[in-house]
Design a protein around this ligand. Structure first.
Ligand code: 16G
Length: 228
């Protein structure tokens, strides 16, 4: 692997073949494979085998523009796709009630997806919206923002909180990263022009795939005077 004999994304030969070639026992091969999966050099896909982890190209994401995942990937010439984790209408959690301004009697629409760029899982996004804004979560086919745009509900402003997390369990497996990997937890609250909250999304982004970039200015300097 390190010498490039089998490259990123390639399938590993069978345990039997490796054991024969390296003249070691299959137990030794299995243990070595498990260690390499743990360290992230190999990935195991249920039903299809073990592969050399694909090479990650880091994505640089501006923190000053309100964009959607689909738009971001299209701008980079990548194809966005999703695996649906949940799409439905539920009684709201206390967090959802507070952020979306819902009463306990109202319902919340949840849209949860694993977001993929080309073939690489990049993020898990769990979006909550009031059912008034998204009465049918099933109407979201590929882009949530495109669906919201159709009803004039696409957000125009958002506030994001980004914090560090070490991922484990099912989310780590979905993102194909080893348990304990450093990831970014992002909470986005988006608003309509009226000031109403339209979206409350909690996401996990891969730490090895994303750089979030913010432009900073000296306080009191607007764009024109800064450039003058
Ligand atoms: C972005 C947003 C997410 C939004 C999604 C819509 C972050 C951290 N998150 O990924 O809040 O729901 O775009 O994308 O930037 P879509 O229109 O492709 O479904």
């Amino acid at each position: 692997m390190r010498h490039g004999v089998i490259g990123p994304g390639d399938a590993l030969p069978s345990e039997r073949d490796i054991a024969l070639k390296a003249d070691v026992s299959r137990v030794t091969v299995r243990k070595a494979v498990q260690d390499l999966v743990k360290s992230g050099l190999l990935v195991q896909r249920h039903g299809s085998g073990t592969f050399v982890a694909p090479r990650r190209e880091r994505v640089e994401q501006s923190l000053s523009r309100l964009t959607s995942f689909t738009d971001d990937m299209a701008r980079r010439g990548m194809t966005a796709s999703s695996v649906w984790l949940d799409k439905g209408i539920y009684p709201p959690s206390p967090d959802e009630m507070m952020v979306l301004g819902l009463s306990a009697k109202e319902m919340v629409a949840r849209v949860s997806r694993l977001r993929i760029a080309n073939d690489t899982p990049m993020a898990i996004e769990r979006a909550s919206l009031s059912v008034a804004a998204l009465p049918d979560p099933g109407s979201v086919v590929s882009s949530l923002y495109a669906t919201l745009e159709e009803t004039g509900n696409r957000p125009i402003r958002a506030v994001q909180r980004i914090s560090a997390v070490n991922l484990a369990g099912a989310d780590a497996r979905l993102l194909e990263v080893p348990d304990g990997s450093a990831c970014l937890h992002i909470e986005r609250i988006s608003y309509l022009a009226s000031g109403k909250v339209i979206e409350f999304t909690r996401s996990i982004y891969r730490g090895d795939a994303y750089d979030f970039v913010a432009e900073l200015r000296l306080s009191g300097q607007d764009k024109d005077s800064a450039e003058a």
